[in-house]
Each structure stands twice: as structure tokens, then as C-alpha cells.
Design a protein around this ligand. Structure first.
Ligand SMILES: [Zn+2]
Length: 145
């Protein structure tokens, strides 16, 4: 966690819906969950009311490892919302989670950290106001903590 994150409690908060509420409830317990289709067995993320692969409405929540690799990333110098200005520049990344889904998240790492597509990352929970947000950080080459 960076110092910039620890003082950034002014983000716009998440806005859970009936479909995404279980995700956010789990997040507050620092559990990173995703849906899995009972009919085609594929992972579904972000939360949906039906499977985007086979249209089944039978989805079950699973707990993710929170580990994956960077599929793509960019450095945001001018955030889309002013509340994120004090964090800029920061890294936005598409992450291929090893449980079979891709998500967009922010890395806690500085943009000049020498990131590359394919680098392994892991989830870290970052407090923001009353919420805990799932962000990601590179896994050190030596696998240390
Ligand atoms: Zn399905």
C-alpha cells in the first residue's frame, strides 16, 4: 500500500446493485469473490444476473485466489474523476485472474516501477472511507512478502 492510497478516502464510493451486493459484502470481509456458471462452468465477472456465455441464470459465488497476470496496462495522468487527482499518475491494468476472468483495477505500484505485460500480480485490500477496495500489486520475483 502506498502513502497516496492511505490518505485517499475521498474516492467516490462503490454503488452496489442487487446483482453486485454480494461481491461488495464479501469485499468488506476481505474476500474476493466471483460468479461461476452452474451450467457451462465458466467464470463470470463483473457480477451479472445471467451467464454471458450461455445465458444460464444459475450462478454461484466462488472465492478467488486474487492472483493473476497483467494483460494490459496504462498510466492515468488525468483521472476521469477529480477525486482521484491526488493519486495521479497511477496505473490502471487489465488483469487476467487465474480463476478464469479478467477485470480492470488499479495497481498500487508507481508507474515507474518497470511493469510489463505478463507480470504476475496479487490482490491487496485498500481501505477507502468505509469501504475496502480490491487493488493489485506485482508479485516480487523472489515470491517474498
Ligand atoms: Zn454459462
Amino acid at each position: 500500500m502506498t502513502n497516496k492510497d492511505s490518505k485517499a478516502a475521498s474516492y467516490p464510493p462503490p454503488t452496489p446493485t442487487a446483482v453486485s451486493a454480494p461481491f461488495w459484502e464479501a469485499a468488506q470481509e476481505e474476500r474476493f469473490v466471483y460468479q461461476q456458471c452452474a451450467d457451462c462452468a465458466r467464470a463470470v465477472f463483473p457480477p451479472r444476473a445471467h451467464c454471458p456465455h450461455c445465458w444460464s441464470q444459475t450462478l454461484a459465488w466462488q472465492e478467488s485466489t486474487g492472483e493473476g497476470t497483467i494483460a494490459s496496462f496504462t498510466v492515468a495522468h488525468r483521472p476521469g474523476h477529480p477525486a482521484f487527482a491526488e493519486l495521479a499518475p497511477f496505473v490502471l491494468a487489465l488483469i487476467d485472474v487465474q480463476d478464469g476472468f479478467r477485470l480492470l483495477s488499479r495497481l498500487t505500484q508507481n508507474p515507474d516501477a518497470g511493469l510489463q505485460v505478463g507480470d504476475p500480480v496479487r490482490l491487496v485490500w485498500v481501505a477507502s472511507g468505509d469501504w475496502k477496495l480490491p487493488l493489485f500489486e506485482p508479485i516480487p520475483v523472489d515470491g517474498g512478502q
